[in-house]
Design a binder for this molecule. Structure first.
Ligand SMILES: Nc1nc2c(ncn2[C@@H]2O[C@H](COP(=O)(O)OP(=O)(O)OP(=O)(O)O)[C@@H](O)[C@H]2O)c(=O)[nH]1
Ligand SMILES: [Zn+2]
Length: 214
């Protein structure tokens, strides 16, 4: 249920940093950094326009992917989703992108690379995690919900193909009015990966055409 309601004495989960202007190639945003007090993990909120106390704020919660976000890896769809999300927020004129440090669906870069190694031997992305002793997805959205709470946002339109992100946020008291798909064109390097997300992780990729990559 709503873990953030009625908790005047609850300890602060996050330290909030300085808000700065961030002009980007996608448009002008404001950047607000946060640090999880218990772990030192740093997260980022990019905001566009007036979002505080607004209903149905366009939101992207983006899970860190060094390979995709920084280097444009074609093994996944992360880099393109990140850029598309910023473009969508710019177009809307208002919205938030939360960049969460939960690399590798929460298992970290070292373990994700071990999972990649297994995938090079034919194991899919879910079984690779399981073989390494992890859950298929170890992410938690408490920090994201707390960031939204600090921005006085309680209802969002979520840019995602992953229904688990919706329930992961709702668990912490955020109202997800709707999910807006963030589809990217499959390529030969990520088609199997995307199909696995659809078949085994429930991602809604129904409109994608995998025919050229069977
Ligand atoms: N463990 C593991 N993590 C991966 C792999 N490929 C990408 N990731 C991580 O997966 C996270 C992104 O999650 P995805 O499942 O691609 O997508 P999502 O964020 O759940 O869903 P969308 O909101 O639709 O993008 C990032 O943290 C990536 O680092 C992989 O093969 N194994
Ligand atoms: Zn990725």
């Amino acid at each position: 249920m709503f873990e953030f309601q009625n908790r005047p004495n609850a300890p602060h989960l996050l330290e909030t940093g300085e808000r700065v202007q961030l002009p980007t190639i996608y448009g002008s945003f404001e950047l607000l950094p946060f640090m999880e007090i218990a772990t030192g993990k740093e997260h980022i909120a990019l905001t566009k326009g007036p979002v505080e106390n607004k209903k149905s704020v366009l939101l992207r919660i983006h899970s860190a992917c060094a390979t995709g976000d920084l280097f444009g890896s074609m093994r996944c769809d992360c880099g393109e989703q990140l850029h598309r999300a910023l473009q969508a927020i710019e177009q809307e004129g208002r919205g938030v992108l939360i960049y969460l440090q939960q690399e590798g669906r929460g298992i970290g870069l070292m373990q994700k690379m071990k999972a990649y190694k297994l995938q090079e031997q034919g194991v899919d992305t879910v079984d690779a995690n399981l073989q390494l002793g992890h859950q298929a997805d170890e992410r938690d959205y408490r920090a994201a919900a707390e960031i939204l709470r600090q921005l006085n946002i309680s209802q969002v339109k979520l840019l995602t193909n992953n229904p688990n992100k919706k329930s992961g946020l709702e668990k912490y008291g955020i109202n997800v009015a709707c999910c807006i798909p963030l589809l990217t064109e499959p390529n030969p390097h990520n088609a199997f990966y995307l199909q696995t997300k659809e078949k085994r992780m429930g991602h809604l990729l129904g409109q994608l055409n995998f025919e050229n990559h069977e």
